[in-house]
Design a protein around this ligand. Structure first.
Ligand SMILES: [Zn+2]
Length: 424
């Protein structure tokens, strides 16, 4: 099982792992191989190169996929999503498009708090059905590994329950799920931010004991959690040994980037309002900047994250959808197509962001993110001859299917030779 040769890809983008997330000019290289091939054995990448090289060393009796006219990428990694929610916030988006301010829709009962209320009272079966549908669409968009957050519970009981549901949802999908605990998403009604910060800090050992969450995600945002409160949670996470992510500067300049870098966060997301001086001051960092173009699009922010400055300062950049109750962006490939002109990133910068750099943003770099020998055989197949064509087809279906741990999923029938094991 899960032995496979993929042959004759018009282009194979290896995005070779050189031991670190890609930065600066290195983020502009996809390491393309024409007429590419990949040998998969026992679900892992055994070799990658030209089809000729693969056939000369790996021509044993295994199923083969002929990928003539197609592009092979490392399996796409979606590193920022909130798929566990009830209710849709389309009405408030409609109000905002009609001229209402964010403050007005929140005053009318909209915003994240509306989703928290709806999600807390939803039946598990409904939440699971919502997750299943989301996973199916996300998979169809070419994703192989997906980060999923809690954060619409905001009490110990509800947060632990949401984490348990996310854990249970692994059986619904071939996607590989990475779960994050987002207790400090917003400040719940009826409690002040300091008191709630302490409550989240006290939830952390229980979350660790539960053993589902791989990350502690938290918000550093004007009007929600201050840099001091976020710093307190980052420090407590360090003591407990759980890696961190930060929702930073989505709505206002909030010292989110500075706080995430100083606190040793694995990644910081949004950065829409991060001032240029803060990027310059923070300097060299391993914290990955995860940019969310569709959040900026839907929230109609007055600014965009300064992606060019981040790349120019050699900060590793990644791109994600921010799929949530108010952004129904299940297609990562569509988001990538938007990201390039939105942030003036090159196709290669965007694709490296959603593969290798996203693997680093999830701490999975040893196993995912590139077509390198020994890594798990996660691949995304595009029905185009060159990866850059993806960017001319924004919102169109260009994903032919994916391979996860060597197993083709969705629309990729392997030619099984009579003596070979069946490939599902
Ligand atoms: Zn988010």
């Amino acid at each position: 099982m899960s032995d496979l040769n993929l042959l004759h890809a018009a282009q194979l983008a290896r995005v070779t792992d050189r031991g670190a997330a890609r930065r600066g000019d290195e983020q502009r290289e996809l390491d393309l191989i024409a007429d590419g091939g990949v040998a998969v054995r026992a679900g892992r990448i055994a070799a990658a190169g030209t089809t000729e090289q693969i056939l000369s060393e790996w021509d044993d009796e295994v199923p083969t996929l002929d990928l003539t006219g197609k592009t092979v990428l490392p399996g796409l990694i979606e590193c920022h999503s909130h798929p566990l929610f009830a209710g849709s916030r389309h009405a408030e988006y409609s109000r905002r498009l009609g001229g209402a301010s964010l403050e007005e829709v929140v005053r009318e009962g909209g915003g994240i708090w509306a989703t928290v209320t709806a999600t807390r009272s939803a039946a598990d079966t409904d939440l699971i059905r919502q997750l299943e549908g989301a996973y199916r669409r996300i998979l169809a968009g070419g994703v192989t590994t997906l980060e999923v957050k809690s954060g619409y519970g905001l009490t110990p009981e509800h947060e632990l329950h949401q984490l348990a549901l996310l854990d249970r949802s692994r059986e619904l999908t071939p996607l590989s799920l990475v779960v994050s605990f987002l207790g400090a998403h917003v400040v719940p009604a009826g409690i002040d931010a300091d008191a709630y910060t302490e409550e989240v800090a006290s939830m952390l050992p229980v979350v660790l004991e539960q053993g589902v969450a791989a990350f502690h995600d938290l918000t550093c945002e004007h009007g929600l959690f201050t840099p001091q409160q976020a710093g307190r949670l980052l420090a407590r996470s360090r003591e407990l040994g759980i890696p961190t992510k930060v929702h930073a500067d989505a709505w206002a300049s909030s010292e989110g980037w500075r706080t995430a870098v100083a606190g040793g966060a694995v990644s910081a997301e949004h950065l829409t309002y991060t001032p240029d001086e803060e990027i310059l001051d923070a300097g060299w960092t391993d914290t990955v900047a995860v940019l969310l173009p569709q959040a900026e699009l839907v929230y109609m922010t007055e600014r965009r994250a300064n992606a060019r400055l981040l790349v120019g300062r050699r900060v590793p950049v990644s791109i994600a959808t921010d799929y949530c109750s108010s952004i129904h962006a299940t297609s990562l490939t569509t988001t990538l197509g938007i990201a390039a002109p939105w942030f003036r990133l090159t196709p290669a910068e965007v694709l490296v962001g959603a593969t290798l750099n996203a693997a680093y943003a999830l701490g999975l770099q040893r196993d995912r993110g590139s077509v390198d020998t020994g890594k798990r055989a996660d691949l995304t197949i595009l029905g185009v001859e060159h990866p850059e064509e993806l960017f001319l087809a924004v919102g169109q279906r260009v994903v032919d299917g994916v391979v996860i741990a060597g197993v083709p999923v969705d629309g990729l029938g392997a030619e099984t030779s009579p003596n070979s094991p069946e490939v599902r």
